[in-house]
Design a binder for this molecule. Structure first.
Ligand code: 3H9
Length: 692
């Protein structure tokens, strides 16, 4: 079967792009379209051409997998678009599913666009660190106006075809069969001349103020990123220069953006996220349990946030607490969260009531007997969790999934108190659980394939990115963050100020550094763990500088004082008391402070994550390096345009990373050392293992 099929309905030639799964503009597509256009050009009986996608969608964009190919092997989208723009017979793009990126650019170069009402049209290139590179930056402003085009290109968010029709982006909505409607439309417009060409139109609404505002806005929405600035520059060219000039500049800037580490990072995460959904040994036909109802134990911040994910997609939740007061408090927090969303105009009050009506509060755990999945979200204490799972074992119906939201504890041990360890799994949500997209899915030794497959599908259904991890202290994310916290504390002992360590991570694009994060999470949690561990080990009482801060009653944001002061409740301000405490501490311990450069701080912090990540990978706790990246981007705010810590290390070169680790007194993990010596990357390691 050819990638572009040709067929005829009398005087209309139909070109159907067949490149599953999403009809990306890949190898063979331009050749097929050119062949079709050759036929149309040479056959007088053909009066118009319809271009349509086979399968579930129109064209979802350029084939991202071809971005790293040598230029001459990349499918020539621009050449195809250019030919369509000049073509002498009417061309109609018939759109269903998605017309994204290069797909929409192809459609914009046609004379007309028709679409089914629920099709999605957009230019999401910014999300991949590139820009619309086949005329999109020049054509979209000429159709929908500069302001709207900037919004669409900078957010990357598509619009539905019915909205696109109002914007003039779609010429006609087709209610019935798309092909029939498109052919009819093509016939009706077959003789209309001159042919409408977007490239000949003017872009409206491009005042200097619009561009100034767009540039100022980028500081907030896309700080530190390359391609959004290019997009604004090109939209300005669309408004002020002849088409050809903008078209040429676009090609240049597209290549520059595509070849940047930022675009490599974003493309890495795009594929990593999809890869994370694939579990070796877990076939597509693995039976799944149907999840119609959920039970949650604990209506605290975590339990309430978890419940919201289910309510949002229409799954009824029964939520259990031990006191009426805790239950009422939990429910009112959920309601308040929804009402705040409604106040911002992102949902109606009817939506709020509809969701709240799905939430059933109870003090009786027996009420969970019919739930298809039960998630325990009480505080981190093994005895409490074991007690809950013992009781659940007697209550839950056979086949129900019993999940724990523990962030550190041994899921095997929790499962061992039940008579059905195959039904037990860890579902580690990240705070705030209704916002953060990551879900660590902790596979215990006896977790069944069905429970795992159901949990993965559930993650997608509640709009989370599920990543499967193995059992160990802290799983992937928190285990790495512990090492990062240790390194941050050491940096300060050696002479850095806490704000220097935080600034080192801001420089990389993280919204928070290690100490801002600790203050937000609460310093007492780590303190209690350290004290407990020392006691168990019979070691002396820990007396680090951070322990001393907690002993001053400064527990972080929640006490309005931690490593930082919080005069307005939220914004950290360096604290004089911390400086004093540190200077006394260093004197007492005989530590002579030295200057720590930002470069050293950044490397030591990120590489501590990478080093632990390599160890985790070697132990098989994470299945792929790219899974670790997904965890850090979706759970810890690591900038997607850096691709995650492992991809960042690949960009730096693993030899350099290993050498720096040694220089700063850390021992490279055996896997990292080996890959560095062999001149490999984490990506190549992932690829080899997938092939193997
Ligand atoms: C561009 O167009 C540049 C031009 O302006 C200029 C050029 C000169 N390429 O997401 P799914 C794969 S930039 C290659 O799970 P869904 C995906 O990896 C591009 N592969 O399905 C997955 O593979 P696998 C602008 C692609 O239904 C499979 O298709 N376009 C591409 O949840 C299914 O994907 C975009 O940025 C692609 N373009 O969502 C659109 N797209 O099965 C990016 C998908 O092996 N794509 N794949 O894991 C999307 O947003 C979503 O995939 C889409 C479908 C909404 C289309």
């Amino acid at each position: 079967m050819s990638i572009v099929e040709q067929s005829r309905q009398d005087d209309v030639l139909i070109l159907t792009i067949q490149n599953p799964p999403v009809n990306a503009f890949g190898v063979g597509v331009p050749e097929g379209l050119h062949a079709g256009l050759d036929v149309a050009a040479s056959d007088d009986s053909i009066r118009a051409v319809v271009i349509i996608g086979g399968g579930r969608t129109f064209v979802a964009g350029a084939d991202i997998r071809t971005f790293d190919l040598p230029r001459e092997q990349t499918p020539d989208l621009r050449g195809t678009v250019d030919r369509l723009d000049r073509f002498e017979k009417p061309t109609v793009a018939a759109i269903h599913g998605t017309a994204l990126g290069g797909g929409l650019e192809l459609a914009l170069a046609c004379s007309y666009r028709v679409a089914v009402p629920d099709a999605q049209l957009g230019l999401p290139e910014v999300k991949l660190g590139v820009l619309p590179g086949a005329g999109g930056t020049q054509r979209l402003p000429r159709v929908v106006g500069v302001q709207r085009a900037l919004e669409m290109m900078l957010s990357g968010t598509p619009v539905r075809a019915d909205e696109a029709a109002q914007l003039g982006l779609v010429d006609q909505l087709v209610q019935g069969d798309l092909l029939t409607g498109a052919v009819q439309f093509a016939r009706e417009h077959a003789d209309a001349r001159p042919l409408p060409r977007v490239s000949e139109r003017q872009a409206e609404g491009g005042s200097p103020e619009v561009f100034a505002a767009a540039r100022a806005g980028l500081q907030k929405t896309h700080r530190g990123q390359l391609s959004p600035g290019f997009i604004v520059d090109l939209a300005e060219m669309a408004a002020t220069q002849p088409f050809e000039q903008g078209w040429d500049a676009e090609a240049r800037l597209f290549m520059q953006a595509k070849d940047s580490p930022q675009s490599r990072g974003l493309r890495h995460i795009f594929f990593a996220e999809r890869e994370a959904g694939k579990i070796p040994g877990l076939g597509k036909d693995t039976p799944q349990t149907e999840i119609r109802t959920a039970g949650i134990i604990g209506a605290g911040t975590m339990g309430g946030g978890i419940a919201m994910n289910f309510l949002n997609v229409g799954i009824p939740v029964t939520i259990v607490e031990t006191s009426q007061e805790a239950l009422d408090r939990g429910l009112s927090v959920v309601r308040r969260n929804y009402e705040n969303t409604a106040k911002k105009g992102r949902m109606t009050m009817e939506d709020v009531e509809r969701r709240m009506a799905l939430l059933t509060p109870t003090l009786n755990m027996e009420d969970l007997k019919d739930a298809d999945i039960i998630i325990e979200a009480v505080f981190e204490n093994m005895d409490v969790k074991k007690d809950i799972f013992t009781r659940l074992d007697g209550i839950a119906k056979p086949g129900a999934i019993l999940a724990t939201n523990t962030s550190t504890l041994d899921v095997n041990e929790i499962a061992s108190v039940t008579s059905r360890p195959e039904s037990v799994i860890g579902l580690h949500f990240f705070s705030p659980a209704n916002v953060m997209r990551l879900l660590e899915i902790v596979r215990a030794d006896k977790t069944s394939q069905t429970v795992l497959a159901t949990s993965m599908a559930l993650a997608r259904r509640i709009k989370k990115v599920g990543v499967v991890v193995g059992v160990c202290d802290g799983f992937v994310g928190n285990r790495m963050v512990h090492r990062y916290g240790d390194e941050a504390r050491k940096l300060v002992e050696e002479g850095a100020r806490p704000q220097d360590a935080d600034a080192a991570m801001h420089a990389l694009g993280l919204p928070m550094g290690p100490f801002e994060m600790s203050d937000m999470a609460g310093l007492d949690v780590g303190y209690l763990i350290r004290q407990h561990q020392a006691k168990v080990a019979g070691a002396p009482k820990p007396d680090g500088w951070l322990d001393r801060i907690v002993e001053q009653g400064r527990k972080g944001q929640k006490t309005q004082a931690g490593i930082y002061d919080y005069p307005d409740g939220r914004k950290p301000v360096p604290a004089a008391s911390t400086d004093e405490l540190l200077s006394t501490y260093r004197q007492e311990k005989g530590l002579t402070p030295r200057e720590v450069t930002q470069e050293e701080a950044t490397k030591r912090l990120v590489y501590s994550l990478v080093n632990e990540g390599a160890q985790i990978l070697d132990e098989g706790i994470a299945q792929r390096a790219s899974d670790i990246d997904v965890i850090y981007v979706y759970g810890y705010g690591f900038p997607a345009y850096r691709g995650g810590p492992m991809q960042y290390a690949d960009e730096q070169g693993l030899q350099n990373v290993a050498a720096d680790l040694e220089r700063y007194g850390q021992t490279p993990a055996p896997l990292l050392k080996r890959l560095a010596e062999e001149g490999k990357t984490f990506s190549s390691y992932d690829r080899e293992r997938t092939r193997g």
